[in-house]
Write a protein that binds this ligand. Structure first.
Ligand code: UT7
Length: 325
């Protein structure tokens, strides 16, 4: 038994922030941001009605509607979230109540920054493959704007908010979940954000800055363009498939140049690497399920399609999966 996607849904905050909006208060320009990142605009939550928990609920409801199932049959909810509005309960438990799931449904969150959705996916699949879940929600939800430093033009222009959800159903005929996950704690310093509640440090100069995203962009860029193509190649060797047979490469949407460099290094046509970064920016763990949802809505995802998902980010962590849609 392996989980097969039977429903997808997303929630995108209403407010759009364009590159020109940033240029109004930062030393930046639409030209620089477009050329270096591919981003034209991103959606930012209102932080009142739109929070990681409420966006996760809306994405989950849409995935349930898309699948046409009874939420009482869901037996596992795993949510990837690094920017939660609640420390406890988990985002998954908030979703549990809102969708009316039963008490036979397990709930927990994973924190693995941008690769969180893929980590949640692998967790869910491992439950399904060991017979411990049959119908599971796998969610990515983020309010990156909670932690962006709007004085730092090198990071704040990248991030957007949003949520995406996939409903996975155990299927005897589905191909086993095939993945590789890697980490380098030693390189973690180039992408950090400290916890806000450290009373012994409140008086420290720059403590507010330390509790916002800090990123050495060029280091993260070099890491991504080297490790992402490599892990995809290693995945194809480990599970003996030809990368030329893959219909779509669904990569974490962090920078269009990283995606283009990956396509080039692998020698795969760029049109097999769909992107939505131009409209949503980097939505961290929500980026892959948001992209899957829009591809399905556009009729570009067809049953039986061979897909490689790959993500990377803070940790540092990176991973890749081979799935059949
Ligand atoms: O999802 C988690 C993973 N995160 C990522 O994948 C991010 C990976 N990194 C990147 O996407 C890129 O490194 C950035 C988009 C963040 C930066 O692009 P870059 O081409 O690597 O620029 P840089 O950091 O090397 O900076 C080049 C110049 C600098 O000016 P000087 O020192 O050459 O005078 C920066 O100060 O560009 C300047 N700069 C900007 N200028 C205008 C940095 N940010 C901006 C900006 N507008 N927003």
């Amino acid at each position: 038994m392996t989980g097969r996607i039977i429903g997808l849904g997303s929630y995108i905050p209403k407010k759009i922030v364009t590159n020109d909006d940033f240029a109004a208060f930062l030393d930046t320009s639409d030209e620089w941001i477009t050329e270096r990142t591919g981003i034209k605009e991103r959606h930012i939550a209102d932080h009142i009605t739109e929070k990681p928990s409420t966006m996760a609920v809306e994405a989950a409801k849409k995935a349930i509607e898309d699948a046409g199932i009874d939420p009482k049959d869901i037996d596992l909810i795993v949510t990837a979230c690094t920017t939660p509005d609640l420390v406890i309960p988990s985002m998954s438990c908030v979703v549990h109540e809102a969708i009316g799931a039963s008490e036979n449904c397990g709930c927990f969150d994973v924190n693995s920054a941008c690769p969180g959705f893929v980590a949640a996916w692998n967790t869910v699949q491992s439950f399904i493959e060991t017979g411990n879940a049959k119908l599971a929600l796998c969610i990515g939800t983020e309010c990156n704007s909670n932690f962006a430093n709007y004085n730092d033009r090198g990071t704040c222009i990248l991030f957007g908010d949003g949520a995406g959800a996939a409903l996975l159903k155990a299927d005897e005929s589905a191909k086993p979940n095939q993945f590789i996950m890697r980490s380098s704690g030693a390189r973690g310093g180039c992408l950090r954000c400290e916890a806000a509640r450290q009373p012994d440090r409140w008086e420290e100069e720059d403590f507010k800055t330390a509790t916002s995203f800090y990123m050495q962009g060029r280091e993260v860029f070099k890491f991504a363009v080297s490790e992402v193509p490599q892990i995809i190649k290693d995945l194809s060797e480990k599970f003996s498939f030809d990368l030329n047979d893959i219909d779509m490469f669904i990569l974490h949407q962090a920078n269009a140049r990283i995606i283009e460099a990956t396509a080039k290094k692998l020698g795969i046509p760029r049109d097999r690497f769909p992107m939505n970064i131009m409209n949503y920016g980097n939505a961290s763990s929500a980026s892959i399920p948001m992209l899957l949802t829009s591809l399905k809505a556009e009729g570009r995802l067809k049953p039986g399609m061979k897909i490689v998902m790959a993500s990377f980010g803070a940790g540092l962590t990176w991973d890749a999966n081979y799935i059949i849609f």
